[in-house]
Design a protein around this ligand. Sequence first.
Ligand SMILES: CC(C)(COP(=O)(O)OP(=O)(O)OC[C@H]1O[C@@H](n2cnc3c(N)ncnc32)[C@H](O)[C@@H]1OP(=O)(O)O)[C@@H](O)C(=O)NCCC(=O)NCCSC(=O)C[C@](C)(O)C(=O)O
Ligand SMILES: [Mg+2]
Length: 355
Amino acid sequence: MKLPRRFFQPLATGAPAPFRELPVRLERMIHFVPPHNDKVRARVPELATQVDVVLGNLEDAVPADQKLAARKGFIAMARATDFAAAGTGLWTRINALNSPWILDDLFEIVTEVGDRLDVVMVPKVEGPWDIHYVDQLLAQLEARAGVTKPILVHAILETAEGVANVDAIACASPRMHGMSLGPADLAASRGMKTTRVGGGHPDYRVIADPSPDGGPRAHAQQDLWHYTIARMVDACQANGIKAFYGPFGDFSDAAACEAQFRNAFLMGCAGAWTLHPSQVALAKSVFAPDPAEVAFALRILEAMPDGTGAVMLDGKMQDDATWKQASVIVNLARLVAAKDPDLARSYGLPGAAGG
Ligand SMILES: CC(C)(COP(=O)(O)OP(=O)(O)OC[C@H]1O[C@@H](n2cnc3c(N)ncnc32)[C@H](O)[C@@H]1OP(=O)(O)O)[C@@H](O)C(=O)NCCC(=O)NCCSC(=O)C[C@](C)(O)C(=O)O
Ligand SMILES: [Mg+2]
């Protein structure tokens, strides 16, 4: 273990000092763009005004013979749009650490557009050693390219070993931005018997006891991802970083996507991935608090100005702990309101222009 005093020191001479606190940003959706696809890439300037994060994907879903085109396409799209001015994050998902592409992914991207890049998403992270490797390499490349803002690292939790090491991954470096669930690779790694990208399975359920009359037995489908999301959220929140639900692959089933996103939101996740334009509106509506919840949370804060004591609101006891829950909701609502004038109005909170 590194000594605490050395934790925040840059890992290369000339590299920027790591952030002490994560920049506070609204990240309801991480929108995946295939950068080798010229048609989709042409839409990026418009997308940048509609989503919170644009991610250029270099890893799975990019054919092996298109890997170099995807990397070049990402560099071109990073240059073509001023994401920072739009208040939109620019991320890339690099290839896996054991692949033939990762070194050039990082070398070329940090050298060419490192000053525009907010976060590098690292797939198939198995343990803190993977984060240490990327951390050191990024510091060397930042120093060489003269990058002044530290590039953050986001891990995908998508192997059984990664889940076993989730706590150590979350605190492996001050560069850690957060983590996302990778349900497809995780299913394969665990030997789960599914063929889906996220979401539930009709056979994963509990059923009621047989009834004496032999009638049909009630049953309820359970959430295959509950355990992993809970572990991920605890590991992330304990270390002051953010947890995200990952992808939902059935674009035709908006209701199931919404339910999975909402469970993750209620459990503590900050956002989810959007792989198709149809999922953007879903993520926007799910990962912002409900106006009625915000109104009630504001009443709690108002009723307990210093956050201590016990009061009754509508027959419900409020105390220091519900005040903290209310603060989580109101702080998120303020972040959303600053970006979304319609929601600002429905929350009764000041928007970007202060009105
Ligand atoms: C699946 C695909 C090929 C279907 O693309 P399509 O063109 O066949 O679909 P469409 O329904 O016909 O598309 C409608 C329109 O939207 C456009 N479009 C379509 N997608 C996008 C997009 N993302 N962003 C912006 N625009 C998009 C598309 O170009 C088209 O435009 P048009 O109306 O002008 O013709 C396409 O949606 C796509 O490439 N999406 C991203 C896929 C991806 O990144 N997958 C990897 C992440 S999931 C993962 O890796 C797992 C994980 C974590 O690792 C683990 O669990 O293990
Ligand atoms: Mg994967």
